[in-house]
Write a protein that binds this ligand. Structure first.
Ligand SMILES: [Zn+2]
Length: 322
């Protein structure tokens, strides 16, 4: 007998004691086709019908619970309790008289909170039910076995919200990841360099192999490897370079290139280091979105006539994984 700690307990009798136990494997959302508070829904179940749901959700996000979640409630036909003892937890939600309005932001928030709770309390898997008996989350009209008369509950707007907002919200909160639409999660930090200077021969694009790894929160860089970011990801940062031996007016070019495994796939625009008296310094901005399966390397081309030395190369990146 489980009672949700943030729901107001409005226990329905005799159903709460009289109805058989279930092992909850599903969560099914409904619209009650009335703008009712949890208290009013409780009265309706108590006084006007022998049907009932486990939960009632008001427009303001208030939540009532009428029956423990390990007791059968009668809101979704064959899913209430199956011969094997599994069954669905049901929630009725306040709606307009046509059940055509979307859930309010407060209702969505409570649905997400409750979804997290039923997942943690009963192990209901974080997915849309794939069949009438499949463990997971759903809404009433998804299967004829749940909804024999084929009515449209919870309505088009809420069916879409359930798939696009509510369930992704539950998954995001359980896994600690914010959904990819918006979100202000901290990026991962990557800071790579080279342990010693190396020679750059003229005329060939050459990937910088980062032999120094100060920080690699993404784990995308392998020891001494050239890959700095693996897709899908968005990143921004800088590549700081020091080149020794570049004659005044001669050029070393720098660019990002995309690879798939060892295969070069695509280049990005070129920046140029122009030789000055003494060493030549540059800080090259690097910002890009990279698709899954692709990697980013930083490459240099010595356009001068003679070899030069790369005495410092530091990649500093903020990375948002997709
Ligand atoms: Zn329904």
């Amino acid at each position: 007998m489980s009672w949700c700690p943030f729901a107001k307990k409005l226990e329905l009798q005799p159903e709460s004691d009289a109805q058989p136990a279930i092992r909850p494997t599903q969560f099914i959302a409904h619209s009650i086709v009335a703008p009712w508070t949890p208290e009013r829904t409780y009265e309706y179940w108590r006084d006007s019908t022998n049907l009932e749901s486990h939960f009632g959700l008001g427009y303001d996000g208030s939540l009532g619970q009428f029956i423990g979640t390990q007791t059968r409630a009668d809101a979704n036909a064959a899913a209430n309790r199956r011969p094997d003892g599994t069954g669905a937890i049901s929630l009725e939600s306040a709606s307009n008289l046509e059940a055509s309005d979307p859930w309010t932001a407060e209702q969505v928030e409570t649905l997400i909170r409750l979804g997290v709770w039923v997942h943690q309390e009963h192990g209901i898997p974080l997915r849309l039910c794939r069949s009438a008996d499949d463990p997971g989350f759903g809404y009433h009209r998804m299967f004829r076995e749940w909804n024999p008369d084929g009515h449209s509950c919870p309505g088009d707007a809420r069916a879409t919200q359930f798939k696009e907002v509510v369930l992704p919200g539950i998954i995001a909160r359980v896994t600690g990841q914010t959904p990819q639409t918006g979100g202000d999660d901290m990026p991962e930090y990557v800071n790579l360099g080279i342990t010693k200077a190396y020679q750059l021969a003229p005329g060939v694009w050459d990937s910088i192999e980062f032999t120094q790894e100060w920080t690699d929160e993404t784990g995308d860089h392998t020891p001494n490897g050239a890959v700095v970011v693996r897709g899908g990801a968005r990143f921004t940062g800088t590549l700081s370079l020091t080149v020794t031996g570049l004659a005044k007016g001669e050029v070393v070019q720098a660019r990002m290139s995309e690879f798939s495994g060892e295969t070069h796939v695509q280049d990005h625009p070129i920046d140029e280091l122009i030789g000055t008296d003494g060493d030549t310094f540059a800080v090259v901005p690097v910002t890009k979105r990279i698709a899954a399966g692709r990697t980013i390397r930083f490459r240099l081309l010595n356009q001068g006539a003679k070899p030069v030395k790369v005495t410092s190369a530091v990649g500093t990146l903020l990375v948002w994984k997709e």
